[in-house]
Design a protein around this ligand. Structure first.
Ligand SMILES: *Cc1c(COP(=O)(O)O)cnc(C)c1O
Length: 378
């Protein structure tokens, strides 16, 4: 059996050990230290919008702390795009609020601004004003940010930007992760850069950053003894992980270029296959890090189903994966309201993610190409 070609794996720059070694030599093997301080500064200057970054144990934790700081609690409603990973919505439930799901639009696969406004109007009619909108940039593709923010502003609703998959992507020249009232990043092992596990909450003020760190370190008051006025969490990033992040962030630009190169490879591969559509930037306003390359398969045209493609790739030890199963279709969210236009269910039925790591080898690309040529007989 040939070696497995995975969907997306970590890619070391080679300098990670230097930062880890510093932490060990300085005995900063804890949740504070030079690596955390410097990684936060590096992220702030990378995002380049006067942002204040708090490094946390995960992107999920970052969404949780964003909801808490927006004052969202029991019985509140929060809008989230249905077509996403469960971590976008789970923290809504952690705070006792209710997720309200909204469908996607065809160009970016992210939340549809029209369906979004319909959802808000309907919730208002029912006497519930949504407290926040969770806007996601799926697979690295920026959402229609201007239109979504315009709707949010019109109804005066806060936006949490889930840029977990979109570090390095930008919209109209501005980096994803800088558009929300709070924005979140993830450095999980399969993302474009990693700290092994980790995330960050991007804040608009130093005060919010300090408050985020306060909640992430058990909400300890400034007293000699342990004094607590709030329920806190153990959500701070480890200084060892932050060391990995510092080295990784320096490699981010290279990772983006390599992932974009994978996109050009797939673009060429699928150009002449009728019925297979590669997910691409709609126009030059959108710059994707192409974290994952995705295709939709119209099996009436290809005569091959998504499931068959998946199975043939698997038989050749090439990993692929169906697109995110919409959250409104998940058993755990079956009672949550959904504002539908049919888009995300169609994407789930037709779509596959393909190997997209920044460290794919030329030989991997040849195997992928041969597999698809065999599948589609071209
Ligand atoms: C990965 C991911 C998250 C969560 O990040 P973790 O660091 O794994 O907790 C949230 N939203 C989306 C869209 C993600 O892909």
């Amino acid at each position: 059996m040939k070696t497995r070609i995975p969907l997306s794996v970590s890619h070391m720059s080679g300098n990670e050990l230097d930062y880890i070694k510093d932490a060990l030599l300085n005995n900063e093997v804890t949740t504070y230290g030079n690596n955390i301080t410097e990684f936060e500064k590096d992220l702030e200057s990378y995002l380049n919008q006067n942002k204040n970054v708090a490094c946390l144990s995960s992107g999920t934790a970052a969404i949780h702390l964003a909801l808490i700081q927006l004052g969202i609690g029991f019985g509140d409603e929060v809008i989230c795009q249905s077509f996403t990973f469960c971590a976008s919505a789970n923290p809504i439930v952690y705070v006792g609020a209710k997720p309200i799901f909204v469908d996607s639009e065809i160009e970016t696969w992210n939340i549809c601004p029209i369906a979004l406004e319909e959802a808000i109007k309907d919730r208002l009619k029912k006497g519930m004003k949504p407290k926040a909108i969770i806007m996601v940039h799926l697979y690295g593709m920026p959402s229609k940010i201007d239109k979504i923010l315009a709707v949010a502003n019109k109804y005066d609703i806060n936006v949490i930007e889930d840029a977990a998959e979109a570090l390095g992507s930008s919209y109209k020249g501005r980096k994803c992760g800088t558009f929300g009232d709070f924005s979140i990043l993830s450095f999980n092992g399969n993302k474009i850069i990693t700290t092994s596990g980790g995330g960050a909450l991007v804040c608009n003020s130093i005060k919010q950053k300090k408050q985020s760190i306060y909640f992430a370190t058990q909400a300890r008051e400034n007293e000699a003894h342990y004094e607590h006025k709030n329920i806190g969490y153990n959500y701070r990033m480890s200084n060892i992980s932050a060391g990995i992040g510092r080295a990784q962030l320096k490699a981010l630009e290279a990772h983006i270029n390599l992932r974009r190169k994978n996109n050009r490879f797939y673009n060429k591969l699928f150009a002449s296959i009728e019925g297979v559509e590669l997910f691409k930037e709609p126009n030059s306003d959108f710059y994707s890090n192409y974290w994952l390359n995705c295709i939709t398969i119209n099996s009436e045209l290809t005569k091959v189903s998504k499931e068959e493609v998946f199975n043939i790739l698997a038989s050749k030890n090439i990993e692929s994966r169906p697109l995110w199963k919409p959250l409104h279709m998940q058993p755990v969210f079956s009672t949550s309201p959904m504002y539908k236009n049919g888009m995300c269910e169609k994407l789930f039925n037709q779509g596959l993610c393909l190997p997209s790591s920044s460290n794919l080898k030329d030989n991997d690309l040849i195997r992928i190409k041969e597999a698809f040529n065999e599948i589609f007989y071209v």
